[in-house]
Design a protein around this ligand. Structure first.
Ligand SMILES: C[S@@+](CC[C@H](N)C(=O)[O-])C[C@H]1O[C@@H](n2cnc3c(N)ncnc32)[C@H](O)[C@@H]1O
Length: 261
């Protein structure tokens, strides 16, 4: 068994863990607490795969863009401890009501992940549990302004420019790396965007930001975007526009896997 997961290599052929860099997910897992109501959430299979591959039971999973709590519920199911942050208090309150930790803790905080004061609270929580570090970070930021999550000024989906978005995202990365245990993993889930006739490779910018902070890139996973609510029932219109224009329709996003040295 490795130091960073509980995969039983004696039974590796039966493992449910995906090892290909192309993830074609045909259906969202809507079982348990996952109801998919939150526009902009990720499918539960994403945090599930990441948690199983990059953490052990009782490790601490951290998510600074908690949203509707998909990663919290997966961490809870898989007997990991969890700390999550979201800038929208109402969302955090909802997640807090839904989690039912047994032998593990699930702590959710309303706050701006750009602010060091938010990370002071995270560190206080760690200390309260006699811990210093988290073992896995999962970051699913807004894809700039594709979905405006709130009207809050600190919300990354309201960053006025791409430059400011990347700067704020880099600060969150840096804050997260500070509390990540050495030799452990950080995953970014991000898609690109198209604006004013130009493909904006947000995924590559975010990848670059993480590399600049010294993380080692371990994998670039491409995942399909089947079931994307914004595009549902509009396939024909999108295809017509694409044929008329000179671009391809978004069908993928990225899961970028990094390791702290
Ligand atoms: C793409 S969603 C995450 C969805 C989540 N993975 C889920 O499955 O529900 C991004 C989230 O980041 C939050 N957010 C944006 N800026 C933030 C900030 N500065 N600090 C903390 N959360 C922020 C938004 O409120 C939104 O819920």
């Amino acid at each position: 068994m490795s130091y960073y997961n509980d995969i039983n290599m004696g039974e590796w052929k039966k493992s449910e863990i995906w090892t290909d860099s192309l993830w074609l997910i045909s259906e969202r897992d809507n079982t348990g607490k996952h109801d998919g109501y939150y526009h902009g959430n990720f499918v539960p299979q994403v945090p599930r795969q990441l948690i199983l591959r990059y953490s052990k039971q009782d490790d601490i999973v951290f998510d600074p863009f908690l949203g509707s709590g998909t990663s919290a519920y997966e961490a809870e199911n898989l007997k990991r401890n969890f700390i999550g942050v979201d800038i929208q208090k109402e969302l955090v309150d909802e997640v807090r009501k839904k989690v039912e930790p047994h032998n593990n803790f699930v702590e959710v905080i309303a706050g701006d992940s750009v602010q060091s004061s938010t990370y002071s609270i995270v560190k206080k929580i760690l200390r309260r549990h006699n811990k210093q570090y988290i073992q896995l970070a999962i970051l699913h930021p807004p894809y700039t302004d594709i979905i405006r999550f709130s009207k809050l000024a600190g919300d990354l989906s309201n960053a006025p420019t791409l430059h400011e978005f990347i700067e704020k995202f880099s600060t969150i990365l840096k804050n997260t790396i500070d509390i990540l245990e050495e030799k452990r993993y950080l995953a970014i889930v991000i898609g690109d965007k198209y604006t004013n006739g130009e493909w904006i490779p947000l995924g590559f910018y975010c990848m670059n930001a993480a590399q600049k902070l010294g993380l080692t890139l371990k994998s670039v996973i491409v995942k399909n975007m089947a079931g994307n609510r914004a595009k549902q029932n509009k396939e024909g219109i999108w295809r017509y526009r694409a044929l008329l224009g000179d671009y391809y329709i978004f069908k993928h996003e990225y899961i970028l896997i990094f390791k702290k040295n």
